[in-house]
Design a protein around this ligand. Sequence first.
Ligand code: IPM
Ligand code: MG
Length: 371
Amino acid sequence: MSKNYKIAVLPGDGTGPEVVAEGLKVLHAAAAKFGFTVETKAYDWGGDRYLKTGNVLPDDAAESLKQHDAVFLGAIGHPDVKPGILEKGILLKLRFELDQYINLRPVKLFPGVETPLANKTPEDIDYVVVRENTGGIYTGTGGISMKGSKNEVAVQSMVYNYFQVERCIRFAFEQASKRHSAENPWKGLSEQDVKNGKTGQLTLCGKTNVLTFVFDLWERVFYEVAKDFPHIKTDYCHIDATCMWMVKNPEWFDVIVTTNMFGDIITDLGAMTQGGMGIAAGGNINPQGVSMFEPIGGSAPKYTGKNVINPLAAISSVGMMLDFLGEVEAAKAIENGVAYITGNKLKSMAAGRMGYSTTEVGDMMVEQIKG
Ligand code: IPM
Ligand code: MG
């Protein structure tokens, strides 16, 4: 019997609905081609609803999403709403309430895509960042006292417990294991590494030279969990050096694991090196629960309704969603379709400069999937 997937759709704000529409076209085409069915249910959560009703998110939002196999999100962020309200009230709240403790962000340069990194090719830029997604500074532990006075104090703490760190690092090792095999090890390994049975590499990105409490924990857990993955080469890089090498030698990375805040920062840097926000996709993952897939670019309000925004990031996030649901062939077809379109069709990844409209790119993708 073919599988049926229930997908919750959150088009959100700005250009979110436009890219989501193209993502859904591709999802339905993939379902028809690869023999599964999808049932979608849309939720209107976002800036417009908040401005109309004063309500950011219904109380049962997370419960409703839990009735689905996955969530497909467009973008959250509205120019008329004070920064923070929607981001914290919708995006972060859902990540926390659904315990999506991993933010998985591939940094992959597709063929034909221009990167600002000189002399780097798709061979060089192909790694994934595993960002811890529900802890650290993002928990909001802290506060402000004596507000408004010259003695005002503001504290926002980086808080991690063993459990959070362990499950994130374990997921990252599993990712590194999944990406390569003994027959086909990661090309960044030395001959000696391969002889020693290594197949891939995981880099812990931290700041052990300054944040000596939090990264003492991360580092200890990293090497402890590494014992269960003897085929994965371990590597460590400070956050500042990571930024440097992501620009200078991105080919040094296979999988990077890091904290919520550092991961937030380096994945925007990574997105730029892969051709910008039009192409960068990500997944908020709860391996035991409901995961939420999104283009990481935001709502880009100035392009709303113009049919010029690049839907490939949203389409790639549908690919990630299908991969996660176990529809591996369909996911691969989407990845190949994206590579074909970037390599042969689009002039640029940037909104308004693709040489095609948003809907035309979606239509081309559908053709690619139909084959
Ligand atoms: C991201 C975004 C969010 C984050 C914001 C919008 C809250 O930057 O998904 O990377 O900081 O996680
Ligand atoms: Mg971010």
